[in-house]
Design a protein around this ligand. Structure first.
Ligand code: DAH
Length: 345
């Protein structure tokens, strides 16, 4: 470049443009080097005073300087904008690698898991589900089940009384009488899962409120073999094919004969261990052949009809099934307890 001054302007401008950090700096440089009041502009107006042989070169060099400055400004502006965009993107980045916040799903109470499973097993055998009130009369809870007022069996089933004749049912057995009343002499095959109550001091194995599943079958020709086969199938489906059952004679006022049903201990397979207290068996339910008095009182001729009945504690089955050490855990709704049953459901 021949013109020293133009060269100096170009050098200074390029240097200063390089130094521009913000868009305002760029605007300032554009004004300073290309604006109407810039040195370049004032030099341009001098062109007329130059001798003709210099005019052309000077004009060309002026243009060159202007173009170079303009290009440098554009390039610097693009760089500043790109940098700003990059910073903005960085600022606004969403870190998608952060794990999302999942809703924690609840788990079913093992009581209900087991209750439904028990119900399904009996539905599969052709039983229907019957229902009855939790607030019962003395008549249905006791009298119609062959437990008259002065009967000693009442001692084991003290409960919450609303008045002399109205109480919270002590077992699901009153549904037997209620179903017979409704069936009016027709055959019956029902189960009734439901809540029951007793006056009990709560501890690891007792609760004033618990639940049972009652079963009742009445028809012509029903015998204890039917009871045994039904409960054996139930035990195997509930606790595993390897479980055997045994019937021990027992006493309930509403059945004759009465039995207590044990299954072989899942822990030792019947050899005897801590869990079964060395007996090899664990008691799971009570049952028997419906007492002729019960049939008669509820409208069935015991000479024509016979039946079997059973009552199973739902919590007891769940405790055995899952190895739960305290019955109160079913009712406390402690999520640390409940979550353990999430996968097994
Ligand atoms: N109701 C009895 C109880 O709560 C259980 C029971 C035993 C029910 C024998 C029955 C049965 O139907 O036949 O202790």
């Amino acid at each position: 470049m021949k013109n020293e001054k133009l060269k100096a302007i170009l050098d200074e401008a390029l240097e200063n443009i390089r130094n521009a950090l913000e868009l305002e700096d760029i605007n300032e440089r554009r004004n300073r080097y290309l604006g109407k009041k810039s040195e370049l502009a004032s030099m341009g107006s001098q062109i007329a005073t130059l001798p003709p042989e210099e005019k052309k070169t000077f004009g060309q060099e002026m243009n060159e300087v202007r173009t170079k400055i303009a290009e440098a400004i554009e390039a610097r502006m693009a760089a500043i904008k790109a940098k700003a965009l990059e910073a903005k993107l960085k600022r606004e980045t969403i870190d998608i690698s952060l794990p999302g916040r999942n809703e924690t799903l609840g788990a079913r109470n093992p009581f209900y898991i087991v209750k439904d499973e028990m119900t399904e097993i009996f539905l599969g055998m052709g039983f229907e589900v019957a229902d009855g009130p939790e607030i019962e009369t003395d008549m249905f809870n006791f009298e119609l089940l062959n437990i008259p007022k002065d009967h000693p069996a009442r001692d084991m089933q003290d409960t919450f009384y609303i008045d002399e004749n109205t109480l919270l049912r002590t077992h699901t057995s009153p549904v037997q009488a209620r179903t017979m009343e409704k069936a009016k002499g027709a055959p019956i095959r029902i189960i009734c899962p439901g809540k029951t109550y007793r006056r009990d001091d709560d501890d690891a194995t007792h609760s004033h409120q618990f639940a049972q599943i009652e079963g009742l079958v009445i028809d012509k020709g029903i015998n204890i073999g039917h009871l045994k086969a039904t409960l054996e199938l139930f035990a195997k489906k509930m606790f595993g094919e390897k479980r055997e059952i045994r019937l021990r004679s027992s006493y309930f006022p509403f059945t004759e004969p009465s039995v207590e049903v044990d299954i072989t201990c899942a822990n030792c397979g019947g050899k005897g261990c801590n869990m079964c207290k060395g007996t090899g068996y664990i008691e799971i339910l009570g049952g028997g052949m419906v007492h002729p008095n019960v049939l008669k009182m509820n409208g069935y001729d015991p000479e024509v009809y016979s039946g079997f009945a059973f009552g199973i504690g739902i919590e007891r089955v769940a405790i055995l099934r899952y190895g739960i050490d305290d019955i109160r855990k079913f009712y406390n709704n402690d999520v640390r307890f409940l979550h353990q049953f999430k996968k097994k459901d």
